[in-house]
Design a protein around this ligand. Sequence first.
Ligand code: DLL
Length: 434
Amino acid sequence: MPVWNPEYETMPRESLAELQLRRLQSTVAWVYERIPFYREELDRRGVKPRDIRSLDDVRLLPLTDKTALRDTYPYGMFAVPLEQVVRVHSSSGTTGKPIVVGYTKGDLNTWSELTARIASAAGVTAADRVQMAFLYGMFTGGWGMHYGIERLGATVFPAGSGNTERQLMMMQDFGTTALVCTPSYALYIAEVAEKAGIDIHSLPLRLGLFGGEPSGEGMRAEIERRLGIIATDNYGLSEVMGPGVSGECEHQCGLHMAEDHFLFEVVHPETGETLPEGEEGELIITTLTKEAFPVLRYRTHDLTVIDASPCVCGRTLARMRKVRARTDDMLIIRGVNVFPSQIEDALFQIEGIEPHYVIIVDREGAMDDLEVRIEVAGEIFSDVMADMVAFTKRVAERIHSVIGLHAKVTLVEPGTIERTVGKARHVIDKRQAL
Ligand code: DLL
């Protein structure tokens, strides 16, 4: 499979490091001059842009958290006047004010280059017909992927998310070959097709580019089986750009990171200490070419591992492991640390469970209660009571073996758990309301 931009994607790692250092130096000078927040932070540390002499000197720079971006809402972290900003997006925060990010013409050019790159790595070519089923709007997913896929020369159908029957009609009539959306929406599309008696396997659809939320290997296998496609994962976040930060190649063995435009580090989530390659920790990203909204050492809260060993595809860009958890989605239940993804992985191992679940945490007196509500295949649901009880017990045991806690397992009929056309919400923590 040809590489979209071999000059950068297959660059020898020593040259890449030189490029990164040059770009880091200009970014630090750029933010020092233009963003009061960074100038103050650097002055407080007694660090001047000229002190950045090696890539390791990135550690002299402050970590940036979401709060800094919130406190300067809406434009306080912009490095250029609004006249030079040609696009604004915002992050998908659920409550309060969003984080607002801006792009110059140059930034949009970089962005479409990088989304073209990940689409190409996933296997999209100019001959593809790509259905964009991401939300268009302030979310970076829709527009970000859209321009990259156009740049690549493929045909784009900007369907947007939702109206699943119409998505399926387009897929059938337009001959869609690639689908772009969140993994949970892909599954929902499969489900609606199955119900409507549409045989997706007989359609030209062959490839999926999924991102915007975590998805494990169990979820990938389910999507690949039900849609009859190859499913690839891509990752990004609004604060550093949007999609295009990293994405899988056809070998599906980690997400190649756009290291020519970002500097990636992994740190210990509590101490902030830099961890060696191969250790799991929080991903930290410094933008190297952003003009309007550069960030230094942004704390993503996403947990991953970086692997810089060569990939069979020939790209020299290091890979990050699929993000399965965030430092802030960890639940503490009866004193035990639990990631929702651990429960999901346990569920995906059991035959008969549909990939729709919700984890409900509540407090009864001083005790935390954990309930896992799952959809099961129709046959199981209509089975005799004794079989259902045995099944429930089996699921509870599997969950216990993974997280060491007893969960109340509730089986619900197929179709009862809320579906989403964007990012799925798998956890309801009622304790927060107390
Ligand atoms: O979700 C950008 C994006 C859109 C990426 C479309 C890929 C495709 P935000 O709304 O700012 O931006 O949310 C960013 O979503 O910090 C992760 O926690 C999570 N996330 C995004 N992609 C993945 C992924 C977009 N492939 C936050 N795997 C990030 C796991 C992901 N988590």
